[in-house]
Write a protein that binds this ligand. Structure first.
Ligand SMILES: NC(=O)c1ccc[n+]([C@@H]2O[C@H](COP(=O)([O-])OP(=O)(O)OC[C@H]3O[C@@H](n4cnc5c(N)ncnc54)[C@H](OP(=O)(O)O)[C@@H]3O)[C@@H](O)[C@H]2O)c1
Length: 330
């Protein structure tokens, strides 16, 4: 198969947000480094981190101008000289630089196979949304059957995966979402849905738990919601797993941990987890395979946009109006 020398890709020229992102043609097709593979992108995943990168708020994010996107699934079309365990033609999902494009390179070490029988776009989220939600629920959040978990942004990419797995593990699930998304969250199996934008979330969670609070909170929003999450967690044994700052930064003092919020606050970044605790990441991948066999992790049904409509898709994600996973098809 011939690999062209140039391709189409979405380029981000500033940190003014996705509105400045545009389609570029004649972009050189990258060459894989020694430990990398080159994939022909079948579908690219859109993540909230793409919005943060375009705004310049992602920690150690790329400096503009850069090729946007970092998650994709597709076919391996070239391998670096030091890569021994990857074959041409294999379909994989992973992360790398410049996913909103026709071709991209990825480190070979972090790849997962596209599950047999699944289309590329159906596998999106496997190493990000599903792995993050599972890490928050199990190895970090230590969820057990009979406990109550509060999932913020429950209709979103990570949130939907979290609701499905939490139900499977026997938890009572309280999901938060904007008003128009409540039916989606109920259909996933959530026991209760709280309006993320209008309700006093803390008061609602305390009411639904008889005053005890949630055993586990999946905190992906930040800002004022972070404070609500601390107050909604069960005193002494409650865990708050923090993995997102979509709504802004928030602080917590040692005095508060001592006197007002004696709860367990746990940070999570799935990229750092994969790099610094590869054995935990491998366990997550094995558990997801079991969840596929059990019919819990089923082929995704992302909302798919043409590559040219990427900036609009990111703007909708930034505005909080989207439901579930978004994908771009080059
Ligand atoms: N740490 C990690 O490793 C990791 C990995 C993956 C994702 N994440 C984080 O997890 C979160 C979810 O990611 P995702 O890609 O699946 O996005 P998403 O949940 O599909 O979209 C974000 C949702 O958050 C809610 N939201 C609340 N306040 C918001 C605000 N100020 N601006 C925008 N949205 C707001 C909105 O839902 P409602 O309006 O329905 O409340 C919105 O739809 C993000 O914070 C992301 O950065 C972290």
């Amino acid at each position: 198969m011939t690999i062209p020398t140039t391709m189409r890709a979405l380029r981000q020229p500033t940190w003014n947000g996705p509105a400045d992102m545009h389609l570029a043609t004649g972009v050189p097709v990258p060459e894989p480094g020694p430990d990398e593979v080159l994939i022909r992108v079948g579908a690219a995943g859109v993540n909230f981190a793409d919005v943060m990168r375009a705004r310049g708020t992602y920690h150690n994010g790329p400096r503009p101008p850069y090729l946007a996107g970092f998650e994709a699934a597709g076919e391996i079309v070239a391998v670096g000289e030091a890569v021994a365990d990857r074959t041409l033609g294999a379909r994989v999902i992973g992360t790398g630089y410049g996913a909103f494009a026709e071709y991209m390179t990825m480190p070979a070490a972090g790849l997962a196979p596209v599950p047999p029988g699944w289309a590329d776009e159906q596998a999106l989220g496997l190493v990000l949304n599903w792995a993050t939600a599972l890490a928050a629920l199990r190895p970090l959040g230590r969820l057990t059957a009979g406990e109550t978990v509060l999932v913020h942004a429950a209709a979103g990419g990570v949130g939907q995966a979290a609701v499905r797995m939490a139900r499977h593990y026997g938890a009572t699930v309280i999901g938060t979402a904007s008003a128009g998304k409540h039916e989606v969250v109920r259909a996933l199996g959530a026991d209760h849905v709280v309006d993320s934008r209008a309700a006093d979330v803390t008061a609602e969670v305390l009411r639904l738990t008889g005053g005890a609070g949630a055993d586990l909170v999946l905190e992906s929003v930040g800002g004022a919601t972070f404070r609500a999450s601390l107050a909604a967690a069960r005193r002494v044994t409650g865990r708050v797993v923090v993995y997102g700052v979509a709504g802004g930064e928030a602080s917590l003092t040692n005095r508060e941990l001592n006197f007002t919020h004696p709860v367990h606050v746990i940070g999570l970044h799935i990229g750092i987890l994969a790099e610094r605790a590869p054995e935990v990441f491998a366990e997550l991948m094995a558990e997801l395979a079991s969840l596929r066999a059990a019919g819990v992790h089923t082929p995704g049904r992302p909302t798919v946009y043409d590559l040219t409509r990427g900036p609009g898709a990111l703007a909708e994600l930034a505005a909080g109006t989207t439901v579930g996973k978004l994908a771009l098809r080059p």
